[in-house]
Design a binder for this molecule. Structure first.
Ligand code: SF4
Ligand code: SF4
Length: 84
């Protein structure tokens, strides 16, 4: 199973839900680099915004890849629901 993103931008508008993204928050929970629904620094975005690289750097050897992807997908769905 691959993690799929439909580029809704929802996660980038809810950074205030985690202390980890504090530096990117423009003050209202939205990332200062979000333009429309897209990341304006996509190719240079921080490691914390990179699902695959984050796994390699932080979670490999701690949890299985499939579990990690499932958790990401669940969080993606949960955060989308908050904007409904
Ligand atoms: S909330 Fe999910 S689908 Fe929307 S941009 Fe974030 S990861 Fe992608
Ligand atoms: S840097 Fe880009 S991917 Fe990361 S939270 Fe901001 S807009 Fe989203």
């Amino acid at each position: 199973m691959m993690f799929t993103c439909d580029r809704c931008g929802c996660c980038c508008r809810n950074l205030d839900k985690s202390e980890l993204y504090k530096e990117l928050d423009r003050g209202d929970g939205t990332c200062k680099y979000l333009h429309g629904n897209l990341c304006s620094i996509y190719n240079e975005r921080p490691l914390l915004c990179r699902v695959d690289e984050c796994y390699e750097s932080y979670f490999k050897g701690i949890i299985e890849r499939e579990v990690y992807e499932k958790l990401n997908m669940e969080e993606c769905k949960r955060i989308k629901k908050m904007e409904e």
